[in-house]
Write a protein that binds this ligand. Structure first.
Ligand SMILES: [Zn+2]
Ligand SMILES: [Zn+2]
Length: 249
């Protein structure tokens, strides 16, 4: 009796050892979770994942179904240089933990899980694209951080079944001051002329997707898309992990 009563716990112990010495951790808070590359229940329910119904152009979620091909007020007023944009989740204090961990935490394994989410959220854009282009970092922050988080995400999206990555087709021509304290107009001015297609790599006729970690005002991806379109890209999609929404939006 004693032996059979102990069997389940012995089996559990054995499996725990086989699965690895370190139990899998929540991507956001570090709590122990059942499988690697997952969020704990609390973090999962705190995140705002985008889902249809949404703006056919920019992916902004609508509170109610608006009909096939409906677009939001911003997209109806002015078309961006990119064709379509999608994001996995709202950028808020919860998803910020994931973004910061990727940016500063040397937790590059995070990129694998986040890239899988981006592959799913961006399916409609990625399925008809030729290449993924990460938004480039200027060499100074790249050197300080040792890697470009947009590049990590781009490679993870490819690993999850997305199109190949063209890591250096888009270059940053100058360092831009931090966007943090600027309004939308200031951000647009700040990045004007900051990016260019790499000389010698023709993007003419190519269907491209620009990838970044966070979309705030959209000024950075707009400028990337503008120069790619001007260089002849046939379409430019935008895929980001998180997107900031205006308060109440
Ligand atoms: Zn958690
Ligand atoms: Zn829209």
């Amino acid at each position: 009796m004693q032996i059979s009563a102990n069997l389940p716990s012995l089996r559990w112990l054995g499996r725990t050892i086989v699965d690895g010495i370190l139990p899998p951790r929540c991507l956001a808070c570090g709590e122990t979770v059942g499988e690697p590359g997952a969020l704990c229940g609390q973090c999962w329910s705190a995140m705002t994942f985008f889902a249809p119904p949404w703006c056919a152009v920019c992916g902004l979620p609508f509170p109610h179904p608006m009909g096939e091909g409906a677009v939001c007020a911003d997209c109806a007023r002015e078309r961006a240089s990119w064709d379509r944009a999608r994001s996995v989740m709202r950028y808020d204090k919860h998803s910020r933990r994931l973004v910061l961990a990727l940016k500063h935490g040397d937790r590059t394994h995070l990129a694998g899980a986040l890239g899988g989410w981006m592959r799913r959220a961006g399916g409609e854009i990625l399925d008809r694209a030729d290449f993924i282009l990460p938004v480039p970092l200027h060499w100074t922050p790249l050197f300080a951080r040792r890697y470009n988080q947009a590049g990590l995400l781009a490679h993870a999206i490819h690993a999850a079944g997305g199109p190949p990555v063209a890591p250096d087709w888009l270059i940053r021509r100058r360092r831009t001051p931090s966007q943090g304290r600027l309004g939308a107009t200031g951000r647009a001015r700040n990045v004007r002329g900051a990016f260019a297609p790499r000389p010698g790599h023709s993007v003419r006729g190519k269907r491209l997707v620009v990838v970044d970690d966070v979309l705030t005002s959209g000024a950075t991806v707009e400028e990337c898309a503008r120069v790619l379109r001007r260089a002849g890209a046939s379409s430019v999609g935008v895929l980001t992990l998180a997107r900031a929404l205006r308060a109440g939006g």
